[in-house]
Design a protein around this ligand. Structure first.
Ligand code: SF4
Ligand code: SF4
Length: 243
């Protein structure tokens, strides 16, 4: 167990945690911590930067706002929510992390996440890679053909884009068509073997949403609405989220 000491920097206040408590149903249980450590034991971000979820919560309770906002740890939480499941008091730590991120000035948030979010906002696919419509359809068709030919049992497999009336609207991490196109195929095969009627969309097909991880609510909502609007326009009944 990491025992790094928390160093106090400025004056103490409880503005951050109080503000978050006001936003969450029943205060997100943020003041009910038993300090049992169950959250820390299963957290993938435990020990990074000398912090874990229990310590993070203690820092917030102690009013170490400045230390929290300047800590890289708040950007290392994967929002997996494991801590909530194991916490006897169901304390919503990832929501607290999310709110901590949103308090950091936008231009000071991690460049990688910021750049990916902004790129996704600049194109109708929502692609953090900025993949063009032509490139996406070329790669999908090319990979599909390759597998249809190489594996005769999948000769009838489909990977449609903008198929109207498909049951499922599928999204795709936009890194895959660019850097690992073969990674798209296992899911195509599963859907094919299950007899599922599905489609990608020419708009909103990118599944990742870095704006959510960046705690930019407006941008996150924009990307989500963009992709769901395309699913609606095609008449798809179910949104299949791979991310
Ligand atoms: S599991 Fe819950 S109660 Fe236990 S230390 Fe973590 S936040 Fe506190
Ligand atoms: S949501 Fe964040 S704090 Fe909670 S277990 Fe996952 S990574 Fe850790």
């Amino acid at each position: 167990m990491h025992t790094e000491v928390i160093k106090f920097k400025g004056e103490r206040n409880n503005l951050f945690i109080d503000k978050v408590k006001e936003l969450l149903p029943e205060g997100g249980n943020l003041n009910l911590c038993l300090t049992c450590g169950a959250c820390a034991s299963g957290c993938p971000a435990t020990g990074l930067e000398g912090i874990d979820p229990r310590k993070f919560l203690r820092m917030a309770a102690l009013g170490l706002d400045e230390e929290i906002f300047s800590s890289p740890w708040i950007w290392m939480c994967s929002m997996c929510q494991r801590c909530i499941y194991v916490c006897p008091m169901q304390i919503d730590i990832p929501q607290l992390v999310f709110n901590a991120r949103s308090m950091v000035p936008r231009e000071e948030r991690p460049k990688g996440i910021l750049g990916s979010c902004d790129m996704a906002l600049r194109n109708e696919r929502g692609s953090a890679m900025g993949t063009s419509p032509d490139d996406f359809s070329f790669v999908v068709e090319d990979v599909l053909e390759e597998y249809q030919e190489a594996q005769p049992e999948f000769a009838d497999m489909e990977a449609p884009i903008d198929k109207e009336g498909a049951e499922f609207f599928l999204n795709q991490n936009s890194r895959e068509p660019v850097t690992e196109p073969d990674e798209m195929v296992p899911l195509w095969k599963i859907l094919h073997l299950a007899g599922v009627n599905w489609t990608y969309g020419s708009k909103g097909w990118a599944g990742e949403n870095y704006c959510m991880f960046m705690a930019d609510n407006e941008a996150w909502e924009h990307l989500t609405r963009q992709t769901s609007a395309q699913a609606d326009a095609l008449g798809c009944k179910t949104y299949l989220n791979t991310e």
